[in-house]
Write a protein that binds this ligand. Structure first.
Ligand code: HEM
Ligand code: HEM
Length: 354
């Protein structure tokens, strides 16, 4: 805690130094995306495991609070990506270090340059959506539906503390004085390189994912009936008689589950390309995000062995849960009955919003 206070105090003290601010912003944006990722992977898995809950989750994504959050999320991803690139380049080119300040401004400029057209594209979807009367879920329902996630995270933290305490009792107390990032062991060297290489690979994957979900399709059109599904070729016309076909590239029923089913079923030469894409995204962002979270948590618990071990354990648990749940969903299949269930849930969700 003292280190956290120190970070904030020193940042304020050196408020003129752009490098200090970009370090804080990199950290805050990385943590913001990790938080979103936890919710997102768990609720995406419901498309397979609990279709009716997935319908509700997407309705929450379409609520005004989450719409605002999506703009913030896109800012976080874009800034963090460009700043991560800057860090990677600077690490390999010490001769550029004297241009640190200029580079930090270039990152800010590039972020603004990308975000202006992106926010216009996202904003147009929002304006379009609110042209007609909308049944938004009440804010209290949106907030209450996030409580199980908070409880899950709380349970993971308590579990990690208990495991850390047991380890401490069995192995004897040890004094930890360095942060994970600076320990210099071969394992840490591996993670240091992994953060840079995975960051590079994540850029096209996450930018492509966001372009599909926010600009080309738009979050509101994930549940638009008779709408083409992004990234999948359309065959014939959308069905309007209440029936559903998976594999025609249309979201016939306007169900979020059907949207995912269309994408995950589409195959080129027998390869379900969007599943492969999502698996790569899942593995890279989970390992990168939770290792980043470990850096942050261990930075603030350097001289407290119990908390430091608990930090590592909680990141390990988090990554394992996301890879298990997300991977399980990506390997599962969405049965036609799931879309029937989702259609019923959709009606219930729309009634709740009225
Ligand atoms: C979009 C491409 C991305 C790039 C280029 C990138 C790059 C980087 C780099 C270079 C670091 C510094 C690592 C170090 O200090 O050794 C880092 C840290 C971090 N990244 Fe990323 N990253 C990206 C995406 C993500 C995503 C999607 C998440 C969340 C799931 C994330 C979360 C974090 C966190 C929490 C940290 C630790 C920040 C700190 O130590 O202050 N990053 N990233
Ligand atoms: C609000 C913005 C977002 C929306 C609306 C969205 C939407 C979706 C949808 C509909 C899927 C289902 C699969 C598919 O159709 O490909 C999905 C899967 C996925 N998304 Fe996103 N996404 C968003 C942001 C992000 C971000 C920022 C990340 C990474 C940090 C991300 C990572 C993933 C991953 C890893 C999966 C696969 C999940 C699984 O394993 O089941 N998404 N997303």
């Amino acid at each position: 805690m003292a280190s956290l206070v120190l970070t904030i105090r020193e940042t304020l003290r050196y408020r003129g130094a752009v490098g200090q601010w970009s370090w804080v912003l990199h950290r805050v944006t990385g943590l913001g995306v990790v938080l979103f990722l936890i919710l997102h992977v768990i609720d995406t898995s419901w498309a397979v495991f609990y279709p009716s809950m997935y319908e509700h989750a997407i309705k929450i994504y379409q609520s005004p609070l989450f719409t605002l959050g999506e703009f913030a999320l896109v800012f976080c991803v874009v800034y963090h990506a460009f700043n991560g690139l800057r860090i990677g380049i600077m690490d390999n080119r010490p001769e550029l270090w004297r241009y640190q300040d200029r580079a930090a401004y270039i990152v800010l400029g590039a972020t603004v340059l990308v975000l202006v057209p992106v926010f216009i594209g996202m904003g147009l979807h929002v304006v379009d959506h609110y042209q007609e009367p909308v049944n938004n879920l009440p804010l209290t329902e949106v907030l209450i539906s996030q409580l199980p996630f908070a409880a899950g995270m709380g349970a993971a933290i308590i579990g990690a503390l208990i495991l850390s305490a047991i380890y401490g009792v069995l192995m004897g107390s040890e004094k930890a004085t360095v942060s994970a990032k600076h320990s210099g062991s071969p394992i840490e060297r591996f993670w240091w390189n992994f953060m840079r290489i995975s960051g590079l690979l994540i850029i096209p994957l996450v930018f492509g994912h966001l372009a599909m979900m926010h600009i080309i399709q738009g979050v509101f059109d994930i549940t638009a009936a008779g709408y083409p599904v992004v990234g999948v070729p359309q065959v014939g016309q959308a069905l309007t008689d209440g029936s559903v076909v998976i594999g025609n590239g249309w979201n016939d029923a306007g169900s979020a589950v059907e949207f995912v089913a269309e994408r995950w079923t589409y195959a080129i030469a027998g390869v379900a390309i969007w599943r492969v894409y999502d698996i790569a995204l899942l593995i890279l962002v989970t390992l990168h995000g939770f290792n980043g979270l470990r850096y942050v948590l261990t930075d603030y618990t350097m001289d407290k062995p119990l908390l430091r071990r608990a930090s590592v354990i909680v990141c390990f648990i988090g990554a394992l849960v996301l890879l298990g749940v997300g991977g399980g969903a990506l390997l599962g299949s969405i049965e036609p009955t799931a879309i029937e269930q989702a259609k019923h849930a959709m009606r219930a969700v729309s009634m709740a919003g009225q």
